[in-house]
Design a protein around this ligand. Structure first.
Ligand SMILES: [Zn+2]
Length: 191
């Protein structure tokens, strides 16, 4: 079921992602420590209030999804295999963790609304697009991407920042729609 949340554009989401990066100070590392951040936040900030941020669940408990986040409590559940993948620094697990952190930060306390029949939802209103955008903005150095996409290509940049190349491709399309990347750069990537 497609759901609607209050709109957030890419620029707003980038500001939020940058605030999260700043939690751990000036961010200069190539590979953003997303799992370390979630576990540190869970350990110190959230549990001190008697709450949990993160729960690891079995494949049996969550057979059809890699992760989920409760919009009421903000609790992030990561399936055990994706959690281990993230802890090992692999792309799929890291992206799942960053995406769910996006739901936690952007959608906790938000009421999901069902999309009316026949409506094509603008991307800014889609919680999955918002969470994907957040994950990409968190994991990637935005300025490096803009300056080096044409030179190095999608696959090399996805490898550098440890996220799935398909997710980076989708983000590059969003950046183009946002007027931040010239079409020529994408042509250079895929021609
Ligand atoms: Zn999601």
């Amino acid at each position: 079921m497609a759901a609607i949340v209050p709109p957030k554009d890419l620029n707003e989401i980038r500001v939020t992602a940058d605030e999260v990066k700043n939690i751990i100070g000036a961010w200069t590392r190539d590979v953003f420590p997303v799992m370390e951040l979630i576990e540190a936040y869970d350990g110190f900030s959230v549990r001190s209030k008697g709450e949990h941020l993160l729960e690891i669940v079995s494949k049996e408990e969550m057979p059809y999804s890699s992760g989920q986040t409760c919009t009421k409590s903000g609790l992030i559940k990561l399936r055990e295999d994706y959690y281990m993948d993230a802890c090992d620094g692999n792309c799929e697990g890291r992206f799942t963790a960053a995406h769910e952190l996006g739901h936690h930060i952007l959608h906790k306390g938000v009421t999901l609304q069902r999309v009316a029949d026949g409506i094509e939802l603008p991307a800014d209103y889609c919680p999955e697009v918002q969470a994907d955008s957040f994950a990409c903005e968190l994991l990637i150095d935005h300025e490096y991407l803009k300056q080096n996409l044409g030179k190095h290509g999608l696959a090399a940049i996805a490898e550098r920042y440890r996220l799935p190349v398909q997710k980076l491709f989708e983000h590059v399309q969003r950046l183009m729609e946002n007027g931040e990347l010239a079409a020529i750069q994408l042509e250079m990537k895929f021609s």
